[in-house]
Each structure stands twice: as structure tokens, then as C-alpha cells.
Unconditional design. Structure first.
Length: 85
């Protein structure tokens, strides 16, 4: 991703929650639900199991971040193509 796209992606990512079209209440509920579920998982796992799950979550989050960036890049490319047509 070039510097322009990276800057645009960072701006969009950082201001996502400020978007008036985003259902902040629904987002907050799902975020709280995720936090509660993670706390429940942490209570029942051994330290070794917790370490493995945390490694998995880190890898999953890293992959999701790259997928989001790729999707963003493709969407911008499509928008630029549509503007030319």
C-alpha cells in the first residue's frame, strides 16, 4: 500500500466510530459481549492453554488487519476505476 492509501486507511480506521451511520450501541454491545466471553475463557484455561490461545488471537488479529487493509485497498482501486469510467 502506498503512503497515500496508508494515510487514508489510518484516517478511516481511526474515525470509524465517529461515523454517524455506524450503530454505536450495537457495536458496544458486541464489544462488551466479546470482553465477557474472553474473561470467561481466561478463568477456565491453564496458563499453558491461555498462552496458546493468546498466540492464536494475536495471529488471527494480525491476519484480520492485513485482510482489512487489502479490502480497503481493493475498494479504493475500484472507486478510482469507477471514477474514470
Amino acid at each position: 500500500m502506498d503512503e497515500y492509501l496508508d494515510c487514508l486507511f489510518q484516517y478511516v480506521s481511526n474515525h470509524l466510530l465517529l461515523d454517524a451511520r455506524l450503530d454505536v450501541i450495537d457495536y458496544s454491545r458486541w464489544n462488551e459481549r466479546q470482553d465477557m466471553a474472553w474473561e470467561a475463557v481466561k478463568k477456565v484455561l491453564t496458563p499453558e492453554q491461555l498462552h496458546l490461545v493468546e498466540d492464536y488471537r494475536d495471529a488471527w488479529c494480525g491476519l484480520r488487519f492485513l485482510e482489512d487493509r487489502l479490502l480497503f485497498q481493493k475498494a479504493v482501486s475500484l472507486g478510482k476505476w469507477m471514477a474514470r469510467v
